[in-house]
Write a protein that binds this ligand. Structure first.
Ligand SMILES: Nc1ncnc2c1ncn2[C@@H]1O[C@H](COP(=O)(O)OP(=O)(O)OP(=O)(O)O)[C@@H](O)[C@H]1O
Length: 254
């Protein structure tokens, strides 16, 4: 069966003054996949994401989200997507339960704060303020809030940066759960192990252009087929495996 394109980006260009940050990129995201945008600092990943999220103006090109033309109805796009807020978006005086109730009001949606917090392993923090959470808890809460308006697509910009290996793996599980419930996930990351674990397909972005777009497996196979060999013999485990083996998988944050 033909996969449905839930995001279509065509010849997208973004200029900041004289500088062209995004140089005519095109890609599609299929419904219910986890799609990664990978690339070094300054490649244009966040700019691309923010344009699709309707948060930033594009210079030229076309973007369709769930069939909606960004040029014609950005408001309708906002209704089908879930976007992570910056930390400053979480009113400091409110606790997590109150924040969820506030967001429900803004979106005109109903959600049970207790249930949502439980889903994200935050039920013990219902009365805590956002600033009192650990890094992993903040990320989990921020992903939880993206789901309040029951979006078809969520956008996660470097969701595991700064987290310890346990919290990272826990977040990977959560992202997979969100996808299993039918949501499409678009993610940016600098961690290749994360992209390899999570993404069905990923686009490698460099200096404002897409230089590859395949599944992680295919990208690796292509490299190997080209005669690539690692300099060092690969062991059956890496240092992260040692760390997780010695310190366990449990979260260390409450
Ligand atoms: N508001 C702005 N004004 C001018 N230049 C900008 C602006 N925002 C981003 N840029 C530039 O555009 C380029 C792409 O930035 P962008 O944040 O999209 O990259 P990125 O791939 O997300 O990088 P990172 O991995 O560091 O988050 C960078 O060179 C950046 O300096």
């Amino acid at each position: 069966m033909e996969k449905r394109k839930i995001i279509e980006v065509k010849d997208l260009v973004k200029q900041y003054g004289d500088f062209t940050a995004v140089k005519g990129i095109s890609f599609d995201v299929y419904e219910n996949e986890i799609f990664g945008l990978l690339g070094p600092n300054g490649a244009g990943k966040s700019t691309t994401l923010e344009i699709i999220e309707t948060l930033r103006e594009k210079t030229s090109g076309k973007v369709f989200v769930d069939g909606i033309d960004l040029d014609k109805d950005p408001g309708a796009i906002k209704k089908v997507i879930g976007v992570q807020l910056q930390s400053s978006g979480y009113y400091p005086g409110l606790n997590l339960t109150e924040l969820i109730i506030l967001f429900c009001g803004l979106y005109n949606e109903e959600a049970d704060p207790k249930e949502l917090l439980k889903l994200f392993n935050l039920e013990d923090k219902a009365k805590a303020k956002f600033k009192e959470l650990s890094g992993g808890q903040k990320q989990r809460f921020s992903i939880a809030t993206t789901l309040i308006n029951k979006p078809k697509i969520i956008f996660l910009d470097e969701p595991t940066t700064g987290l310890d290996p346990q919290a990272r793996r826990n977040l990977w599980d959560l992202i997979q759960q969100v996808r299993a419930q039918g949501t499409t996930v678009v993610i940016t990351t600098h961690y290749m192990d994360e992209a390899e674990f999570l993404c069905d397909r990923c686009a490698i972005v460099d200096s404002g252009r897409i230089i590859a777009l395949e599944s992680p497996d295919t990208l690796i196979d292509q490299l190997v087929a080209g005669g690539f060999e690692r300099k060092k013999e690969v062991k059956k485990a890496n240092l992260e495996d040692v760390f997780i083996h010695m310190t366990g998988k449990a979260l260390r944050e409450s």
